[in-house]
Design a protein around this ligand. Sequence first.
Ligand code: ZN
Length: 900
Amino acid sequence: MREGQPTAIQREAYTAPAFWIDTVDLTFDLDPAKTRVLNKMRLRRNPDVAAQALRLDGEDLNLARVLVNGGGTSFKMDGAQLVLENLPEGTEPFDLEIFTTCNPEKNTQLMGLYVSNDSFFTQCEAEGFRRITYFLDRPDVMASYTVTLRADKAKYPVLLSNGNLVEQGALEDGRHFAKWVDPHKKPCYLFALVAGQLVAREQRILSRLGKEHLLQVFVRPGDLDKTEHAMNSLMASVAWDEARFGLPLDLERFMIVATSDFNMGAMENKGLNIFNTKFVLANPNTATDMDFGNIESVVGHEYFHNWTGNRITCRDWFQLSLKEGLTVFRDQEFSQDMAGVASARAVKRIEDVRVLRTVQFAEDAGPMAHPVRPDSYVEINNFYTVTIYEKGSEVVRMMQTLVATPNDLQGRDGFAKGMKLYFERHDGQAVTCDDFAQAIADANPGSALAHNLSTFKRWYSQAGTPRLQARGAYNAAERSYTLTLSQSCPATPGQDSKQPFVIPVTLGLLSRDGQALPLQLAGSAETLTQQTLVLTEASASYTFVNLDSEPVPSLLRGFSAPVVLDDGLSTADLLCLLAHDSDPFNQWEAGQRLMLQSAVQALSQDNAGPVLSDELINAMRNVLRHPALDAAFKDLALTLPSENYIADQLSVVDPQRVHALREAMRLQLATALQADWQWAWDAHKNNGAYSPDAQSSGRRALAGLAMGMLCIAAVQVGDDVTPGRVYQQFKDAGNMTDRFNALSALVVSGHALANDALALFHKLFQHEALVIDKWFALQAGAPDRAGDVLPRVRQLMQHADFSLRNPNRARSLIFSYCSANPAAFHRADAAGYVYWSEQVLALDAINPQVAARLARAMDRWSRLAEPYRSAAKVAIERVAAKADLSNDVREVISRALNAA
Ligand code: ZN
């Protein structure tokens, strides 16, 4: 990482490896301070590449010995690479043996082999394997692995690696060993080992074909009572991939191991997934509904990688979205299918789109903007982004939409056919995004995707969020309605002008009184109630006929493309959609748009009056009181757009004004709908025994929102009764969701009981690390009152439970403040920025990956109003001035400075 000048890696510079590694036989003598690694490989020259030296990647290794075919050999170091020039000629295989040591307990960056709570774990994606042994650390080199682990038996009773356990036994001096063989070839980033004192929940399952498999979830001894949901999620994932895509589990044994020190969410190592505890451990007393949902989706995500990522992997890291975008799409579909009924599916879709629009659109508009398939990077770890993951998933989703037929309206069957062809062609290979798109298109000849494939692939190569403008014109004499769609896309770093995208626009038309109108394109005999137009040019017009009155268009239903829509609809149109749209996504969207418009208008004016019109308040009341809508939907519809999302609509952002305005809107909703909130709380707060299903979690969410609103209204008028009742619920709650909602309601409203509740909460859960993370995060994310959050955060840094080394804890306090609490962070005295720069530098010395993520809190500094903008720049320059920054932080910081 700190090796000389960072150089950018270019996608176009890809060349095939000069050598293949067929087999790897690794022996580990595990010791926290000095682990010895014996790596015996069988290699051969790649006949397709000109003969050259073998260059093996390595990092932070101590090299002891190199043997070729059992004998000594000459070698040299070139930077971090081990170079062997005198290898046997010809294409015959030869043996290479490398003996190294490393120091896992000093490994604070959590890449390669590291120690956490006295156990050993590995993390190899993207380039961590080179921190374990010298290797061709690139995903297109796939080998068969045999792994022998040796360690002290009392300290490390459980020894795990990929594949099947073939042998185990005792050694001298209280040590023991285990030998694992992985039946599948894999790239080294999927290698894993775990050793420590762990216990497992086990489950035997039968596949559809009648094969038996063992599923295991390994955790620390005290955590076994928090593994049931992860195991259920894993079983559901196995069943789902078989049912929806015909993809079975290809291993006798599938293991998940939880660790509390982990940089990311989880990792799909073949047969041995390693997870952040946050995405495994849950019981009703310690985890919220959101945690339960996240666990289901992350367990699914990692499991689905077994086919999309592991069986077919990426040729190079520029193709990262090949596995990540596709696998996010699969986990989103899995969660929707698990949610069941249409309304619950829609809620999941709304939640996913909300993340995309608040985080990915912001990324697309900032200095780190990059295509789904980037053209260059300095540090690959910086490209595990919402663009690769979430936008990548939207690109896959559009492919599904574009292979739809009249008998397969969503394109599910066509897409499944495409997946089948993808596996027929590429199983066992390392391939590119082009290969994937080609397979989906080839399996669906005649589809809109097949017709427009090369244009469609601009979604992979062009960064930025397209703008889609839609304007309708009704012709009463002709009884026709002409819709004109046009697109553009703002410039992004390195891409000044863009070519048109292929944009699927799913739409319906409504009458003013909310009836669905038939859609009949001029010249077509077909009438439908919903249809997908495919815009492939800069602009196009579509005329619908046989319409008796001017329709209200409902465009981009289900968020059919990741674009910013400007449909020019009036307030009356949006109110009509909010009341009547049969598409739940657009119904929700209409409400959000109305609130957003009110916010943007108020910000541009400076008047002190109420922000939300009576009309809008009434419409919101109607949603809240609606007899047929789901509680979960109501919760989403009545939640105001976030400060960051409001800020995204502005060209110059004053975070203090945005915050004050949103607080005013919230207070207005709280007081104007007080009786309705009271009803909503009373009607939804009792839910019987805890179950994390969509229905009851929706009820808890709405009850929580209502309780929060009631608290805000109460504090405003000095009423202590309601906060008192909330405090009581906090104490009596039968599950973490209700308890945490009550705690949040007190903290957010600023009621005096908040401090008592926080103290009690800490006392109750002091031994539950994941709950203590919530405790830190809630305080760091609390609404700022006269600048009180930063001093509180600084004080919490001194708390006995705080640790900068543990990524979850660092995120819970520092990230919650810097990235998720804009008004507390963007202070006129710049103290938030000073804190940020201190923490980026402190973290960079420990864990560059985590530091670089924190560095991104300043991504959008150049759009800030003064005095924030100048102060932010000074802080970024302060970080940039540090001589020995990691490549990770250096890349983020230099991009940010170039944005100005
Ligand atoms: Zn993934």
